[in-house]
Design a protein around this ligand. Structure first.
Ligand code: SF4
Length: 244
């Protein structure tokens, strides 16, 4: 990559025809680096920023331009890793996307300071917010981090009227507990910025990538969430008036 006009950053990879991270067909930039260490992470290779590929927001925007005919009714998603770990880089990719008339989606856990989140939200149409757990102690067990800043991001989105799709990974014996799910659903039902909730079943597809990770993989003996569990979870969210 050659452009010196943009903001420098590190990426993990790009996907040019993504269909699950936001509406329509999307160009997806997976940035490198994440402050969390989630027990179910599919991409522990994206944790350390120095393991990423050097990139530049202007070059990425040039590449996105090539795909305009395909993504003009979808858009661009920046995912991770954690996109808010490189706020200037992510913000500049989105700024350039908005100048091209493209819809922008931020796929995040919200693990960032207010000031960094605001830089990016300014150019964001939709936030795909991964809420790890309602309970603070459970959040720490899952992510290894002391404070859940995702809830702060949800407050920011509510105040700025930025649309949100909530994602929540259902892990048997961790986040499948009925009481926890009811409290989470009750909490989410108070936000008018939330358009829908996507409960996601935990699976072990990324387990092999943990071999050299800095945290031990704790879910080897945990079964993936089955359909019966997922239907029960969906019913709890529906019962609080949330759309799925
Ligand atoms: S926030 Fe995402 S990328 Fe970061 S550790 Fe958790 S699952 Fe992995």
């Amino acid at each position: 990559m050659k452009n010196s006009d943009g903001v420098a950053g590190y990426i993990h990879s790009v996907e040019t025809f993504g269909a699950v991270d936001g509406p329509g067909i999307r160009y997806i930039v997976f940035v490198q680096g994440c402050p969390l260490r989630c027990i179910y992470c599919h991409n522990p290779d994206s944790w350390k920023i120095k393991n990423g590929k050097p990139a530049n927001s202007a070059d990425i925007a040039e590449d996105i331009k090539e795909y305009l005919p395909f993504i003009k009714n979808g858009g661009v998603t920046v995912s991770g890793g954690e996109p808010l770990f490189q706020p200037e880089f992510t913000a500049d990719i989105f700024r350039r996307c908005k100048a091209m008339g493209l819809h922008t989606a931020l796929d995040t856990s919200g693990a960032a300071e207010f000031s960094d989140a605001l830089k990016v939200l300014k150019y964001t149409d939709l936030v795909l917010l991964d809420i790890k757990a309602y309970d603070a102690g459970l959040y720490t067990r899952i992510t290894g981090a002391a404070e859940d800043k995702g809830k702060n991001l949800l407050d920011l989105c509510e105040a700025a009227a930025v649309k949100v799709w909530i994602r929540h990974v259902v892990i048997p014996e961790y986040t499948s507990d009925e009481k926890q799910l009811n409290m989470l659903a009750e909490y989410l039902s108070r936000y008018s910025c939330i358009e829908k909730v996507e409960p996601l079943a935990f699976h072990k597809m990324g387990e092999y990538k943990w071999e050299n990770a800095e945290r031990k993989y704790l879910l080897s003996d945990t079964a993936p969430a089955d359909e019966k569990t997922m239907e029960r979870v969906r019913e709890i969210f529906r019962s609080k008036g949330l759309k799925l």
